[in-house]
Design a protein around this ligand. Structure first.
Ligand code: ADP
Length: 344
């Protein structure tokens, strides 16, 4: 059984081919700078064409789709209607969904009779209760305009929670975890009985932790001030908060390896702020979970930096909690989700 996974970004295409019986990776291709000056590939179609495999030998192709809105709470076989709905959700994820769709469209043409399956970053968080996913706004904002917390990185939180269940030898349906996906983008998830009940990213991936280039939580009134007093446009502010803030904004670098090594005061401050925010979230999730079986670290920072892990867990309240470090594998999780859809 062979399943390919495509993660199509605005200028990149990641391709992985799995033999599902053994979970072996048969092929892994990363194509970057698609459509940019000097690139070998003008578009995603050319990029996909360049991958040398027999598409007719595949049992399915899984696609990462960032935003599934409220409609898609699990992996879904793609048809014309699903494509239309993913396209409609582009207003909620303008940077991601159109790029993900591009991958789906070129792959559907290339592999005509192969089942194409969409796996959504938001789906794992569809189990959040209202008190977690609603903002305290006028209810029209949710009911008419769908403004709510969706959460992201779900594929990763889901993957590591299942791995944790194997390691702890405890049924996932009885497992309470706090999973920390700490990469350039970062989020935390409170998992109760195997299900996401709260997560730090919200309506968009901007909410929550101090990230590589994103501010995470701020007083929303700062945005009015930036517009009224500093004369920034909405697009300027969007860029400011998503691309120029976080670790980069505080100390001029978003590579945590460099920041840890640096002797600069601002680098020290950036780490202190990042760690403080993580601790506040873990503490709040401990308060809403009755008990916590383990805290799980994953993502580039979570997997590799013992220094950060130790600093995060320094507080006495974490003393008796099991800590796991698990390498995430979002592509394998997508392939596993495809398998579930195929079995149906
Ligand atoms: P992305 O969100 O882009 O997928 P990754 O999960 O690859 O990001 O994580 C990238 C982050 O991981 C960077 O900030 C990088 O500095 C950090 N990182 C990788 N290795 C280490 C390490 N050994 N120590 C500290 N940070 C690390």
């Amino acid at each position: 059984m062979k399943i390919a996974v495509i993660n199509s970004g605005s200028s990149s295409l990641k391709f992985k081919l799995f033999e599902m019986n053994t979970k072996e990776v048969l092929k892994s291709v990363l194509i970057q700078n698609i459509g940019e000056n000097g690139s070998q590939f003008k578009n995603h179609h050319e990029a996909l064409e360049s991958i040398d495999i027999d598409f007719s030998s595949l049992n399915a192709i899984g696609h990462r789709v960032v935003h599934g809105g409220e409609l898609f709470n699990k992996a879904t076989l793609i048809d014309k209607n699903v494509i239309k709905e993913i396209d409609k959700l582009s207003s909620l994820a303008p940077l991601h969904n159109p790029a993900n769709l591009e991958g789906i469209v070129v792959s559907s043409k290339k592999a005509k009779n192969i089942p194409q399956i969409a796996v959504f970053d938001t789906a794992f968080h569809s189990t959040m209760p209202k008190e977690s996913y609603l903002y305290a706004l006028n209810s029209d904002m949710y009911e008419k305009h769908h403004i709510r917390r969706y959460g992201f990185h779900g594929t990763s939180h889901s993957f590591v929670s299942k791995e944790a269940s194997k390691i702890l030898n405890k049924d996932i349906q009885k497992l309470n975890l706090i999973t920390l996906h700490l990469g350039n983008g970062a989020s935390i998830c409170a998992i109760e009985n195997g299900k996401s009940i709260d997560t730090s990213m919200g309506f968009t991936p901007l909410e929550g932790l101090v990230m590589g280039t994103r501010s995470g939580d701020i007083d929303p009134a700062i945005i009015f001030y930036m517009q009224r007093e500093l004369g920034l446009s909405v697009d300027d502010i969007d860029k400011e908060l998503n691309k120029k803030s976080g670790l980069l904004g505080i100390c001029g670098d978003n590579d945590v390896r460099n920041i840890i090594k640096s002797k600069d005061e601002k680098s020290k401050l950036a780490l202190d702020m990042m760690i403080r925010r993580i601790q506040k979230y873990i503490g709040s999730y401990m308060a809403i979970l009755e008990n916590v079986d383990a805290i799980v670290f994953t993502g580039g920072i979570g997997e590799n930096s013992q220094y950060i892990r130790e600093r995060v867990l320094k507080s006495k309240i974490f003393k008796n909690i099991e800590v796991l470090v698990i390498k995430t594998d979002e592509e394998l999780e997508i392939a596993n989700e495809c398998l579930k859809v195929l079995k149906k």
